[in-house]
Design a protein around this ligand. Structure first.
Ligand code: GAL
Length: 633
């Protein structure tokens, strides 16, 4: 597979006479792809029904004639101002009941039928016009579902749609009352029309009510996206993608991804380190200009799974961004490193955001490959270097992971709904397991909880999975080695109740969680072999063999070589030691990588990524600061 580079471009931001020169320079830089159009609705349809696609025809022709392949975005993340006159109630409403205003982007509610119709209409016009245009070689639906906290909407449209969704799911209010446990606090409903959205209640709403609202909200995103995909497919054979984000769990990306050909995501390592990661001040200082060594890789592996093997980075940070609390510049070398890391994880393409820094509006402080005066910004030289290397580089093959880690969106909703401890966060838990595995030098495959065949992995890990889907229960029999469940696994029924048999209720494992406790920061629960649980610990009884114990004698890890259960949330060093031991038991070789050094095997190559600010020599390989090198295995 030929790996390629691209860039995000906004022809509507620049005078038309600049386009040919821009296109020429993009091609000369070695870029293949140019993504356009995703925010251009007000220029495509300046007034209702008054379409102006001529400029887009010319932009596509200019870019295409320069040898570039266009990714065309549907502009539905930015409804123009006139859309609000047409649908005054289309705005998303926040949990405080306040409508989001016009004047930025993503100001729509996924449940508004009138807006959905207008999205269908503009998508149809675009697909009809460009579906057979050879230069349009891929599509993007909307832009970053979930950005700016826009999945959960408490609008009238959402309430109506939620009632319909509940009526379909439960068929009768009695069934809903039973499932939710509405005998509690006299919450019984006599009709679906009495059910409101779970915001602004006096104290916390029923978790089963919230959980259904979260499922419903995710389904609305799936339906919204599917409407566009169906239209595009009627007119075009080009692949359809969406650009997901980092650490967004509000909708089920696996479900959206099932309708798409390619998963892509927008990677902003420095912004994410500063505002999307729990880490010590020392860690954030050490990686200020490099980004967290594992955050990008986690999402690469996640979206490889979401895209069923086909995935891109649709937006790659090329310099300082504008949206984090502080916006440092990357160390020289990092743009190249981030790009190669994506390729080593199997990305088909990496596109930089954006071509030229805009001198106006919200993102004028966001770097591009070019400065606002069109001179090259520092990121451009690194992109050009990667383009050159790609031409000369060896084939980067897809690779089977050493271990698998299950990641589940519904579990994120469940623990968000009922954290039980202020710092119990599902992403944080799964990411802690991921980074411990990465520090051991392993290739990791992320799996959806609907995976039906586990035979490819000697070790499969499932921390915090709130309920065990029936298919996964069956798939346990296919495991190629050991499956290890982590704290809180299968601790609720799908209706958000404690299972009658008590968790974790895993086949062949006689163990029952009888009591749980959450622990505030600074409280460690020591284990006999050293190390500790933190955040969360469970008391378990039963006859399953105990493999590790807490210092107070209670089981910490129990089960067998086939199936085990970890009864708490270990601190990072302890987790690494436990996972290393589990790998050793399965004959999976591990490495003890120093902080900041990461490796990834891809086919016959081993890539080394140094996120550190000083050079490292490891296993005879010298890796420069902020550098990437590859060796033959
Ligand atoms: C992304 C978004 C882009 C741009 C970028 C800035 O989240 O998709 O449109 O805003 O961030 O970093």
């Amino acid at each position: 597979m030929k790996r390629t580079l691209g860039v995000c471009y906004y022809p509507e931001h620049w005078p038309e006479d600049v386009w040919p020169e821009d296109a020429r320079r993009m091609a000369e830089a070695g870029l293949t792809w140019v993504r356009i159009g995703e925010f251009a609705w007000s220029r495509l349809e300046p007034a209702p029904g008054k379409l102006d696609f001529d400029w887009l025809d010319r932009a596509i022709a200019t870019l295409g004639e320069a040898g570039l392949r266009v990714v065309l975005g549907t502009p539905t993340a930015t409804p123009p101002r006139w859309m609000l006159d047409r649908h005054p109630d289309m705005l998303a409403v926040d949990a405080q009941g306040r409508p989001r205003k016009f004047g930025a982007r993503r100001h729509y509610c996924f449940s508004h039928r009138g807006y959905l119709e207008d999205c269908r209409r503009i998508t149809t016009r675009l697909a009809e016009r460009y579906g057979q245009t050879p230069h349009v070689a891929a599509w993007q639906t909307d832009n970053e579902y979930g950005c700016h906290d826009t999945i959960l909407s408490y609008s009238d449209a959402a309430r109506t749609a939620f009632r319909d969704w509940l009526a379909q799911k439960y068929q009768s209010p009695e069934a809903l009352n039973r499932a939710w446990g509405n005998a509690f606090w006299s919450m019984d409903y006599a009709s679906f029309d009495q059910i409101d959205l779970p915001n602004l209640t006096v104290t916390e709403p029923n978790p089963a009510h919230v959980m259904d609202f979260r499922r419903f909200s995710s389904d609305q995103v799936v339906a919204f996206n599917r409407a566009q995909v169906e239209i595009i497919r009627r007119h075009s054979d080009a692949p359809v993608a969406h650009n997901y984000m980092g650490r967004i769990t509000e909708f089920d990306h696996f479900a959206v991804g099932a309708d798409l050909d390619i998963a892509s995501w927008d990677s902003y390592p420095l912004g994410f380190l500063s505002d999307r990661l729990e880490a010590s001040a020392e860690h954030k200082a050490a990686f200020l200009r490099q980004g967290d060594p594992d955050f990008q890789a986690f999402h690469h592996d996640l979206y490889r799974a979401v895209g069923r093997g086909r995935w891109w980075v649709m937006e790659q940070q090329p310099g300082p961004v504008n949206w984090a609390p502080y916006n440092p510049a990357p160390l020289p070398g990092m743009v190249r490193l981030w790009t190669w890391e994506a390729f080593a994880h199997g990305a088909e393409a990496v596109c930089y955001f954006r071509w030229r820094q805009a001198p106006f509006a919200q993102e004028q402080m966001h770097a591009g490959l070019l400065r606002p005066d069109s001179a090259p910004a520092p990121g451009l030289a690194e992109a050009v270097e990667v383009a050159r290397e790609l031409n000369a580089a060896p084939h980067v093959a897809a690779t089977q992971g050493d271990v698998a880690l299950i990641s589940d969106y519904a579990s994120a909703w469940a623990w968000d709904t009922q954290p039980q401890g202020a710092d119990f966060d599902y992403f944080r838990l799964v990411f802690a397991w991921y980074r411990a595995l990465r520090a051991l030098g392993l290739n990791i495959d992320i799996l959806s909880p609907d995976t039906r065949d586990l035979s490819d992995w000697k070790l499969v890990l499932a921390p915090g999975l709130f309920t065990l889907p029936p298919a996964l229960r069956e798939a346990l029999a296919t495991a190629g080695g050991q499956v290890v469940f982590g704290p809180r696994a299968n601790s609720k029924t799908a209706d958000f109740a404690i299972p009658p048999a008590l968790p974790p209720d895993l086949p062949g494992l006689d163990a029952r969680v009888t009591r749980v406790e959450s622990l505030p920061p600074g409280t460690d629960l020591p284990l006999t072999e050293g190390g500790a649980f933190r955040h969360w610990a469970e008391e378990v009884e039963g006859s399953a063999p105990v493999l590790m114990r807490r210092a107070d004698g209670l089981p910490a890890l129990l089960g067998s070589e086939a199936l085990a259960y970890l009864t708490g949330w270990p601190c990072d060093e302890t987790l690494r030691a436990i996972l290393q031991r589990l790998c050793a038991a399965q004959g999976i070789p591990t490495h003890d990588l120093p902080a900041g050094l990461r490796r990834r095997q891809a086919g016959g190559l081993c890539f080394w990524f140094n996120y550190g600010a000083a050079p490292v020599t490891w296993e005879g390989v010298e890796i420069p600061a902020a550098g990437v090198v590859w060796t033959r295995d």
